[in-house]
Design a protein around this ligand. Structure first.
Ligand SMILES: [Zn+2]
Length: 486
């Protein structure tokens, strides 16, 4: 068995692994590179020939695991894509949203080029491109916009025809009868429908962890455990650290809300649309049911997050058992104070509320989205609070605010940061160092298993490697496209 990683190798995003067993190629995930421009630029090349891939298994619907699928299809992939039902439904939304954002960015850049083009002779060509929407996928000349349109909505719809969302937890599935290839998925406890994957090729086997969840979260189950395999590819996003407990983080959230309302202010929560937003709604509902939550307005100001919440409600069988029992009596995300705002006009109305409002909107790292408008209206007032509940990558506006910038620029306007800034890190969707070790420790015959560390920053991977090597694990950190033979 030979394995190559075309993403998430010594980096956190772009998950994409190909297993080659006697000429049959099974891919696990085909995700986007995210973060700074250098990382995003890696998306324009897949690094392999998609026509040679026979099967794709998708572990879960986060963009860094599914975002390059339409490029795979455009490149000639003819096979089926296997995953759980919610993973298919959520990946569909994520890929369509990505195609929409790419088109908006591209048009925006193109318009900027029309207003100021260093090469005037190319201006008419650019104007034609904008009106016909016939976009290229590469930067063909210096007159092209800096954004790249990797795929459009039609490409996404074509990709959806390849999905076969038939995988269910703990049920082996025959992927290829002729070559005796089976796949078994188990619950990764990361987001709704997430899984880790075991591929079985006759006598040999390999496990890919996908992303593993932080334990004791609301909504989804804790992760299941692996049994045995010749190799395990494990994510190491937080291989270097421990999280605060979920309960401590809940208390922290409640205290910030109560204090802010007492001071006559609003609470802003920049949030990732998938899982984190639903977790926050669920927690707020808990505060409401306990009679703790002061009377207020809660705005979910993100069409994507609203659509994703609807998909959660359609898949209660993927909820934790105890949550499922509660769900059967009550919608876990429905709070009488909650208003969902899909339309732009409704979103603008939120500006009228100057106190006792909780505004949840994207993007989670303030790289775009409706939250930028709310920053403009709220960040300069000292009565208000902004709460970061997710990782803030280097170079993002979110990171600058967390690091204490006193003035920021939004839509060309300078805004003072007078609101109080909070970071709560216990709501992570990823397992921490102890949980990753606990998951690995369930392996039988662990001395015989090759452990490959992926999906992490290299410095964090090295810390994790140093931590698990004395425990008897045979750990290795693969490079991009490096061929690992098991
Ligand atoms: Zn993930």
């Amino acid at each position: 068995m030979k394995i190559q990683s075309f993403g998430a190798a010594k980096t956190v995003t772009g998950s994409c692994h190909i297993v080659n067993e006697n000429g049959v190629k099974v891919m696990v995930d085909c995700g986007f590179f995210q973060g700074n421009k250098d990382e995003e630029n890696k998306n324009s090349e897949l690094g392999f020939n998609p026509a040679e891939i026979d099967y794709l298994i998708l572990t879960h619907a986060h963009l860094d695991h599914c975002g390059r699928i339409p490029m795979l299809i455009k490149g000639g992939f003819k096979g089926k894509i296997y995953c759980t039902k919610p993973t298919f439904q959520l990946a569909r939304l994520i890929m369509l949203d990505t195609a929409k954002i790419m088109l908006e960015d591209y048009k925006h850049d193109l318009k900027k080029r029309l207003r100021y083009n260093p090469e005037k002779k190319s201006a008419s060509h650019s104007a034609t491109s904008l009106s016909s929407a016939n976009f290229t996928t590469s930067r063909s000349s210096s007159s092209s916009p800096s954004s790249v349109l990797l795929y459009n909505e039609l490409d996404v719809f074509e990709s959806l025809d390849h999905f076969n969302p038939v995988l269910t937890y703990n049920t082996p599935f025959i992927l290829d009868e002729k070559h005796n290839i089976k796949v078994e998925i188990k619950d990764a406890g990361h987001i709704l429908g997430s899984s880790f994957v075991k591929l079985m090729f006759g006598g040999s086997s390999i496990i890919f962890s996908g992303d593993l969840g932080n334990k004791n979260k609301p909504i989804v189950n804790n992760f299941s455990y692996p049994d045995e395999a010749d190799a395990v590819y494990i994510e190491t996003t937080y291989g270097d650290r421990l999280h605060k407990s979920f309960d401590d983080s809940k208390t922290e959230l409640f205290n910030i809300i109560a204090t802010t309302f007492k001071n006559g202010g609003n609470v802003l929560i920049p949030s990732f649309a998938m899982e984190r937003t639903q977790d926050i709604l669920y927690i707020l509902k808990g505060f409401y049911k306990n009679g703790q939550l002061p009377k207020c307005k809660i705005f979910l100001d993100s069409p994507l997050a609203i659509n994703i919440t609807d998909i959660f409600l359609k898949n209660p069988e993927y909820f934790r058992k105890d949550e499922l029992q509660l769900f059967q009596k009550d919608n876990p995300f429905e709070i009488p104070y909650l208003t969902e705002t899909r339309e732009v006009e409704e979103s603008k109305e939120i500006n009228k509320f100057t106190d006792s409002a909780i505004i949840i909107a994207g993007s989670g790292m303030l790289t775009g989205g409706r939250m930028l408008h709310h920053l403009k209206h709220n960040l300069w007032r000292k009565e208000n609070s902004i709460i970061f509940i997710g990782y803030q990558a280097r170079g993002t506006l979110g990171r600058r605010i967390v690091e204490g910038d006193k003035t920021i620029k939004v839509f060309g306007e300078h805004i003072d940061v007078n609101a109080s800034v909070h970071t709560i890190n216990g709501f992570s969707s990823h397992a921490d160092q102890n949980e990753l070790i606990e998951w690995l420790s369930a392996l039988k015959n662990q001395q015989k298993t090759k452990i490959c560390l992926v999906h992490g920053d290299e410095d964090k991977m090295n810390i994790f490697k140093e931590k698990i090597t004395p425990l008897g694990f045979n750990a290795y950190i693969p490079s991009y496209a490096e061929e690992i033979e098991i």
